[in-house]
Write a protein that binds this ligand. Structure first.
Ligand code: DC
Length: 226
């Protein structure tokens, strides 16, 4: 069977990846992989199961055994061991733990196969940090979204407040810069655009404009809808 097409959308937090990926997936009726959610869930699960981050064998075991279920594409809802953890994984603690486990090679290896399993017909939109560089290096379309740190912190602030989660803008900006630093300096799968990715700065673009550009790239690459 021919491999279904893949569109990768990578970039830092607040670049708009999540929103764009889910919109593009729904436009094309493709599956959606929110890889950040997997790292977030693993981070929260290490706290729940009392697994220390320097215990790589236990961490890998935990990553492989996680019982994760995603809700409908774009709903953002996700459960761990049957419990709804949608809000918890988006909290500051969830973000921090995700970035920490993301820097551990054993955690990345253990989540690798899980991510490949999302590739099902008719196609996949994969959102993350290393989708185009490591997980789906042969993707038909690779997009790398960026935006200024200030704009990204503002977006995260609005997103959290909208979900009823307390947030302080200057603290969010500081934490976002810390996570950027950790994500881009780590030795394994650092946050960098794939050489063949289209880099789009979304600071002054609307969601609709970015979605349109990604769909346009998909068309150019011959990736068809429905
Ligand atoms: O995309 P996000 O903000 O939900 O990701 C949360 C953290 O997870 C991010 O700080 C780094 C990590 N992550 C990663 O290392 N690799 C991915 N493919 C996705 C996320």
């Amino acid at each position: 069977m021919e491999k279904p097409p893949v569109i990768t959308i990578d970039g830092p937090s607040g670049s708009g990846k999540g929103t764009i990926a889910s919109r593009v997936a729904s436009e094309l009726s493709y599956h959606l992989l929110d890889s950040g959610a997997l790292y977030r869930i693993l981070g929260i699960a290490t706290l729940k199961h009392g697994v220390a981050l320097n215990n790589e064998p236990e961490l890998a075991k935990l990553a492989k055994s996680l019982d994760i279920a995603f809700g409908e594409n774009g709903s953002g809802s996700v459960s761990l061991d049957g419990d709804d953890v949608s809000l918890e994984i988006r909290s500051d603690r969830g973000s921090d733990m995700a970035s920490r486990v993301g820097a551990i090679p054993a955690a990345r290896d253990a989540l690798f196969e899980r991510q490949l399993a999302f590739l099902q017909p008719p196609g996949l939109v994969a959102d993350g940090r290393d989708m185009g560089t490591v997980v789906f290096p042969d993707a038909e379309v690779k997009i790398y979204l960026t935006a200024s740190p200030e704009e990204r912190a503002r977006r995260r602030y609005k997103q959290l407040i909208g979900k009823g989660i307390d947030a302080i803008l200057p603290a969010l900006l500081r934490e976002l810069k810390e996570r950027d630093e950790r994500d881009s300096k780590r030795e394994v799968s650092p946050l960098v655009p794939a050489e063949d990715a289209l880099v789009l700065d979304t600071t002054d673009l609307s969601i609709d404009e970015v979605v349109e550009e990604v769909l346009n790239q998909a068309k150019i690459a011959g990736v068809l809808s429905k």
